[in-house]
Design a protein around this ligand. Sequence first.
Ligand SMILES: *Cc1c(COP(=O)(O)O)cnc(C)c1O
Length: 417
Amino acid sequence: MKSIFTKPFTQQEAIDEATIERVSELLRGGRLHRYNTLEGEISEAALLEKEYAAYQEARYCLACSSGGYALAVALRAAGLSPGDTVLANAYTLAPVPGAIHNAGGVPLFVEIDDAWHIDIDDLQHKAEASGARFLMLSHMRGHIADMERIVAICKTHQITMIEDCAHTMGARWSGVRSGNFGHVAAFSAQTYKHINSGEGGLLTTDDPVIAARAIIMSGSYMLYQSHGAAPDESVFAQVKLETPNYSGRMDNMRATILRGQLQNLDDNVRRWNERYKVLETRLSRSSAIDVTNRRQNEEFVGSSIQFRPRLAVSGFEPLISNCLARGVDIKWFGAEHPRAFTSRYDSWRYLGKPQALPQTLEVLSRTCDIRVPLTFDLADCRLVADIVAEEVEALQGDFAMTQQGDLESPSKPKSQN
Ligand SMILES: *Cc1c(COP(=O)(O)O)cnc(C)c1O
């Protein structure tokens, strides 16, 4: 009998009782709006901003309605004008191209390398050739590219970098928090991210003008002084009448939930990484699966794992369905039509004629992805990895790998389809 995995891949942990109690108190008080405070009271949203700025080691923080909203506001606050080109990874999640489009920018996609980072050579080339003034860098699935090189490219070409840290909240590169390399960073608190209030976003920056503009844009009704990590009045005086209100505030209930979770974030990062390690160890033990070694500079958060089965691309559909039949939900980015999520640039037709990024398509055609919820224990992770390894190995005979994969590992015997 084949073993079956029965836990859902979409179940998050419960909100802790102390937080539920604090939310109940807030509900009893009825002051849900962030600017609805009693004399001398500091709102939960403002406290969250103060605490997240401290956690992130950033000067300013704005709590807002979603990660995608934070990205769009970041671009606008950083001075994007309609029609401006924005360099962006070709592999990211739909809120990213959506935010660029929303802010009036035009994405110019950059290839990814075979470990899912932005391809730095292609970035360099496109930065030079396009004269773009913005880079929206997604640390997609938590893989952090060589930030020293990216910062250098941005400096040379006077590019403003916005970091999409939806998958790197809590991560570091060379000891520096992900999000502190660019001019401004955006984080998401949507249910499947590292903190969960259902929906929510955080924007951080060290730039006072960007911070003031973002706060006014989020819909501050000129009550910006009650924010938790905002610049001085003098900065607002420069921008407040020149900046529109694009309402997207965070409410006090979500802020209360997030404040509770922020206290556990570092502990949860450790728990994610324990689970990741179990999956990584077991998957890489199979000669049928390639798992990328993470780089030394990277302190990542293993809230998902990516791997490449050594199968012909035609073997991926059967692999996904065989694993699903045993309860293991693998995402595959190579499918012709997006299922439940879109992460491939050719799914975003509203952007006009698809750009050609053959390297990205090649990498994604062999990329599998598993989400790692904290509701899985270590034994669950072992079982998930066992099932995946068994199913890949079972398909290797019928779907032997050809082409590129063989080049990566010349020691393995070549086989023909
Ligand atoms: C979740 C996510 C976002 C932001 O998503 P929202 O749903 O708008 O909070 C941005 N980028 C990536 C890569 C994401 O996964």
